[in-house]
Design a protein around this ligand. Sequence first.
Ligand SMILES: *[C@@H]1O[C@H](CO)[C@@H](O)[C@H](O)[C@H]1NC(C)=O
Length: 189
Amino acid sequence: MKFPLIFGSTTIALLLAFFASRSAAQKIVVKAPSPLTCGNPSDAVPLYWSTIPSVDVFYTTVISDITSVVRGDGYDFGGIACLVFTTQELSTVPLFHVYNGNLIDNFYTTSTTERDLALESGYTASPTAAYIYPSQICGSIPFYRIYSSIDTVHIYTINVTERDAILALGGWTDEGITGYVLDFHSTCA
Ligand SMILES: *[C@@H]1O[C@H](CO)[C@@H](O)[C@H](O)[C@H]1NC(C)=O
């Protein structure tokens, strides 16, 4: 042994215990939802849906906007679609909202490319609808999108059973996942 034996066995045991506790602490940090990378779930609010069946579905977090379409435009209030953020919290991206009054279609996307294509084809920009996660992080779940080109209706849902039931009716296209949102079933309890 070339190293001078400057540490007694008690010191070495203490050092080993220190590093063991450090790596244990690091494991806990990796497992827990990190406040450094996730939005605060308690800031999430309901994204409500209202609809004129076979014509349009309108999604908003703003109660006065629901009142406006229900009283003014003949929409029926549907309920809560999911939970979202109204400001850009950590790791979230804007859910853009555009509207086409000729088609009567409210369209929501996190993609600037899709938004810009819609704007070029006759949609007009509305204020950002919400902020959601671009990938499945922070306990989020997929927000699925389906589209009827016959009725020019976009439907968004977290419910796979509902999505598949509508797709099975025919005339609807699976447009994948718009982003990742929080489930209201557990969070609101
Ligand atoms: C999902 O949708 C199906 C079909 O519409 C419905 O029966 C079910 O209750 C929904 N599940 C939840 C958790 O809302």
